[in-house]
Design a protein around this ligand. Structure first.
Ligand code: CTP
Length: 399
């Protein structure tokens, strides 16, 4: 049942728009309140009157409708809902969403909302398979947008293939799942991400090339499954995801403190590229050349190993501790040994030889090492790796 749940339903301009009418009927049968928005193109397929009558609500059509702005601004409209649903989501609407456009009411609402968004794509098979649409779909998934379909089937245009909108009862199921909060609801997960910066003096530091992309994608994927995520990040070059608690740190010691303060947790995912060494004593004022031509000698001290520390905690240890291993040879053997040495449950190992292009790239090819052995995952986008890992974590908690 969806009693009292408020759905903002954006109906795009596609032949599948007629199915949105059935979706409205089913949502209302389940007790949901539907506020419909009809795009200009959508109005070519279904009339505002039929949408409004079925929803028993005013239908919103235009951003520049001043009466509506007086009644309810677009910001408020986008946030009063529990879930924003786009059905049908056309190739054009998806492109606008992925590109961050806000040139009409629907796209502006999608930019302004702070709620989860579920889209039901509907388009011709060639349009769905077009690299531009696939790129946009990947971007939207990375942004945390939920997808209902599309499915494979006969199309109004006479072709057959993926791109057909899911049936209203299937979309209804996806809406119920989205509102239920996901399989990781109520689970607290700590994710570390990015590099650490270890000061040499007030202006210089030791760092590494980690962008934080993989850790950020993991935090986002876990949040999308409903987890309560504490995201402890070093100075990364990608922005943190939405919907998580962000704790910014600089050094390994600060990262350890932040992780310890965030405990207890159900799971800890240690994706940060933590510097193994820091200065034994960072200079408190800028180190100057002394004119002798001799370089200074720097004395290092070992940083705490956050993954090993958390894995070794007694009662406060998360039930699932996951680490990463960056290897250049004998990936499985080294990562298996690392799993035992660190005392974690799973290790995601990746081959970071320069010719793989993984370090700093958009893709990753990982091997998951667990107590049961090694499992190779095919090379895929970092967002896909993140979603696969999040799904495995959800599975582990439901077992
Ligand atoms: N890690 C950590 N704290 C450290 C060092 C590493 O939490 N001080 C975590 C990383 O987040 C990652 C895993 O441990 O999950 C990587 O272990 P590490 O020993 O650094 O392995 P590599 O980077 O693969 O390096 P090496 O092979 O030299 O051990």
């Amino acid at each position: 049942m969806l009693n009292g749940k408020r759905i903002l339903l954006i109906i795009g301009g596609g032949i599948a728009a007629f199915k949105a009418l059935d979706l409205i009927r089913r949502l209302r049968e389940q007790g949901a309140e539907v506020t419909p928005v009809l795009t200009k193109a959508g109005q070519e397929f279904v009339t505002p009157l039929s949408v409004s009558a079925l929803a028993a609500s005013k239908v919103y059509l235009d951003l520049f409708d001043l009466t509506d702005e007086a009644e309810m601004g677009h910001i408020e409209l986008s946030r009063a809902a529990d879930l924003v649903v786009v059905a049908p989501a056309t190739a054009d609407l998806m492109a606008k969403m992925a590109g961050g456009h806000a040139d009409d009411l629907a796209s502006t609402l999608l930019m302004a909302t702070d709620k989860r968004v579920l889209i039901a794509p509907a388009m011709n098979v060639r349009m769905w398979e077009h690299p531009a649409t696939q790129r946009n779909a990947a971007t939207l998934k990375d942004d945390g947008v939920l997808f209902a379909g599309p499915v494979e089937g006969a199309m109004a245009c006479g072709e057959f293939g993926p791109g057909r909108m899911s049936e209203p009862h299937e979309i209804l199921g996806d809406i119920e799942r989205a509102l239920a909060g996901g399989p990781l609801r109520g689970r607290h997960v700590i994710v570390t991400s990015g590099p650490t910066h270890e000061p040499i003096d007030p202006v210089r530091y030791i760092a590494n090339r980690s962008s934080g992309a993989q850790g950020t994608a993991i935090a986002r994927a876990l949040a999308a499954l409903g987890a309560d995520v504490t995201f402890v990040t070093g100075p990364a070059s990608v922005p943190p995801p939405g919907g998580v608690r962000v704790v910014r740190v600089e050094t390994a010691q600060e990262m350890l403190n932040a992780v310890t303060a965030a405990l207890p947790a159900d799971a800890g995912i240690f994706a940060a590229a933590v510097a193994d060494w820091r200065m034994a004593e960072a200079a408190t004022s800028k180190m100057k050349k002394d004119g002798s031509g001799r370089p200074p000698s720097l004395a290092f001290a070992e940083n705490p190993d956050i993954l090993a520390h958390v894995s070794g905690l007694g009662g406060n240890r998360p039930a699932l501790v996951v680490g990463f291993a960056a290897e250049t040879d004998d990936v499985v053997a080294h990562a298996t040994a690392k799993r035992a040495r660190k005392g974690c449950d799973w290790i995601l190992a990746n081959d970071v030889r320069p010719e793989t292009g993984i370090m700093g790239g958009g893709e990753n090819a990982v091997t998951l090492i667990t107590a049961d052995g090694a499992e190779d995952w095919p090379r895929m986008a970092k967002g896909e790796v993140a979603r696969k890992l999040a799904a495995r974590i959800a599975e582990a908690f439901s077992a």
